[in-house]
Design a protein around this ligand. Sequence first.
Ligand SMILES: O=C(O)CCC(=O)C(=O)O
Length: 209
Amino acid sequence: MFAAPQISLFESLPVDGMQDLAATVRRAQLSHGAWVDFAPGWLANSAELFARLVDAVPWRAERRAMYERVVDVPRLTRFYEEGESLPDPLLDTMRDALTGHYRQELGEPFTTAGLCYYRDGADSVAWHGDNIGRSRSEDTMVAIVSLGDARPLLLRPRGGGKSIRYNLGHGDLLVMGGSCQRTWEHCVPKSSRVIGPRISVQFRPHNVR
Ligand SMILES: O=C(O)CCC(=O)C(=O)O
């Protein structure tokens, strides 16, 4: 007699609100040994985490020198160093899930969490690579989980070239890997449209920033 395979209802549900990465993430190979993994909607119920982080994180407004003037950095930030307590236990769970999936390929765990709060379309980050520390000379990974309203994250080859665009929001996961921080740049441009706030959570390994 034919016996239908028994599939537990729970096997198809996300663990801790996160989809199984092995089943959902899709990789795009870029030039020069860079790649991007994308898992739309990786984190379910991301609006709840967004609301908790808005209140729990001691957001900082930074200023930086630019063309002989000191200007406001157009977003709020908070960087959590290795070993520092994260402001919400779900961030630990997310970091550990990412380490679980990528550790073999990355060769080490994700250890830090950088949080950026884009209050509206006027907040942004300019073209850059995360190439402070080992990422200046070594391949590595930076994993971004996006919460709140969607904003485009653009990538282009360093030195110029056609850009590619990911619309990141609502629990989407994007991982930049390989040589991406050295050979490509990324940015979140300003927008004149009415856009609600967004939080970006970036997990990085030791001495990558
Ligand atoms: O907002 C994002 O997701 C990108 C953040 C970023 O590139 C950075 O802080 O270095």
